[in-house]
Design a protein. Structure first.
Length: 75
């Protein structure tokens, strides 16, 4: 009847999703930075600064859905 997870398991879940969130923020930040620098170099005002973060975001969500959608062998 007690459906609480052990404390060690809670930490593991928290660290997993905290790591994914950190990875998301760093990747988007790098994409914006690279987009701004490339826009300045090419002379295209906000084009790559908008497109690169969207591409990174879609790639990370695809990766996230693939990782969380997998069934584990031991479950």
């Amino acid at each position: 009847m007690n459906s609480k997870l052990p404390p060690d398991s809670n930490k593991r879940f928290f660290l997993r999703y905290a790591g994914l969130g950190t990875q998301l923020l760093v990747a988007i930040g790098l994409a914006v930075f690279v987009g701004l620098k490339t826009d300045k170099w090419l002379g295209t005002s906000p084009l790559l600064a908008c497109v690169l973060p969207l591409l990174v975001l879609s790639a990370i969500f695809y990766k996230l859905f693939r990782e969380t959608g997998r069934k584990k062998n031991n479950e």
